[in-house]
Design a binder for this molecule. Structure first.
Ligand code: CS2
Ligand code: MN
Length: 394
């Protein structure tokens, strides 16, 4: 397993010299400054790579090479967008960067309603609170139809929250919901989000799947020719949100994607935290089922409540059996090694982490602190070392 670390380039308050002290040797990064749909030029890629290598790391995964919203909605002439996407792929491959993580979530990326929920013992974590999401949808956006997605109890608490919320509370909720979008681009405000949602009015699950299949047919053959691996990141949370269909949420979805273009280059980012937010998802079992298509892993844990709320737990706590999951990944890696594959090592990163200790005194990207992720990495490193030792000596 290649210990890696997400770094946002110039947007990241954490310096590579700090990351070096975590012991990670892989960097996961993207050219977040380039607007969606434009080509990633060879020089910009080479410059980022030189910075990463200059600090002693390998750039092991691109996360993400974003997909333009028009590709997801199937709007307009898509040929130039597909051509640009393939050009970015070729430019990355020319620089020796061949693993690409991406997601196919309409409009939003990961979604939380609280970026600073308290953790027992001190520090904060990211939390998704069902009644706050309901308050956002029903009362702030005015999506009455969303009432069908919540229990009466959650709706009552949503109404109570909305009644006592100040403008500052409502702004903070909107900012939290937008926080998952990577890069420095503008987030949606309420009218902007309403307009963006209207663009999806005709896109149901079937239409979104058709557009996704078309994307895969456009890029996976090129990935294959370039010796690249694509790995889709699951939806976070793994369910429809704001009435938008989500199609990368469970084992059936992943099975459909893997078969839509059945090729090793069409693979999966096993994100334990995203998949783990749905009680029906058995994450180690999903990993075992799709093991040969896992090109990248995000390891983090979640603790769920009965009403659909959840929060990010410490990496070995929470509802997912992280030791069992690491065992699945290590077994797959061993299988690849035994098959003589030079590229057998699977990169992973501690996906998010708690904001703790001196990180509380600096402004960091929500979910991407230094110390909380270091803690997660160190715990995972210990689990993997122990499991590999057992494998070698057992
Ligand atoms: C994160 C995502 O929610 C998560 O688990 O890892 O923000 C992820 O980085 C992107 O969706 C990848 O495209
Ligand atoms: Mn993830």
């Amino acid at each position: 397993m290649i210990e890696s670390w997400r770094w946002y380039g110039d947007l990241d308050p954490i310096a590579l010299a700090e990351v070096a002290q975590t012991g990670a040797r892989g960097i996961v990064t993207a050219l977040h400054e380039i607007p969606y749909g434009e080509v990633w030029g060879t020089e910009a890629i080479a410059a980022r790579k030189a910075r990463v290598s200059g600090a002693g790391f390998d750039w092991v995964v691109v996360e993400s090479l974003p997909i333009h919203e028009n590709i997801k909605t199937g709007t307009g002439d898509l040929a130039p967008l597909f051509a640009n996407y393939r050009q970015s792929m070729a430019n990355l491959a020319a620089n020796g960067i061949t693993t690409i993580c991406y997601n196919f979530m309409p409009l939003l990326d990961w979604t939380r309603t609280d970026l600073t929920a308290p953790v027992a013992g001190g520090g904060t974590c990211l939390r998704f609170e069902a009644h706050r999401m309901a308050a956002f949808e029903v009362h702030m956006l005015g999506r009455r139809e969303a009432e069908a997605d919540y229990t009466p109890d959650v709706l009552n608490r949503a109404a109570a929250w909305y009644q006592q919320a100040t403008e500052g509370d409502r702004d903070a909720l909107l900012a939290s919901i937008m926080a998952g979008l990577p890069g420095a681009f503008d987030r949606y405000d309420i009218p902007g989000l309403r307009r963006a949602l209207a663009g999806y009015a005709d896109i149901d699950r079937t239409a979104l799947r058709a557009n996704y299949k078309r994307f895969l047919e456009e890029v996976i053959p090129a990935a294959n020719d370039l010796g690249m691996r694509f790995c889709v990141h699951p939806d976070d949370p793994p369910r429809d949100i704001l009435g938008l269909p989500r199609i990368v949420s469970d084992a059936d979805d992943i099975g459909w994607i893997m078969n839509a273009v059945n090729a090793p280059a069409n693979g999966l980012t096993l994100c334990a935290g995203s998949l783990g937010a749905n009680p029906a998802n058995d994450v180690p079992a999903i990993a075992a089922r799709f093991a040969d298509r896992i090109h990248f892993a995000h390891l983090r844990n979640v603790r769920k409540d009965a009403d659909g709320s959840f929060e990010e737990a410490a990496h070995l706590d929470g509802d997912t059996d992280m030791v069992a999951l690491c065992a699945v990944l290590l077994a797959e890696e061993a299988r690849r090694r035994d098959a003589g594959r030079a590229d057998h090592a699977i990169p992973f990163r501690p996906d998010h982490g708690h904001h703790i200790l001196s990180d509380l005194d600096r402004t960091l990207i929500p979910g991407y602190p230094l110390i909380g992720r270091l803690r997660g990495l160190a715990e995972l490193r210990g689990v993997m070392r122990a499991l590999s030792h057992g494998r070698a000596h057992g």
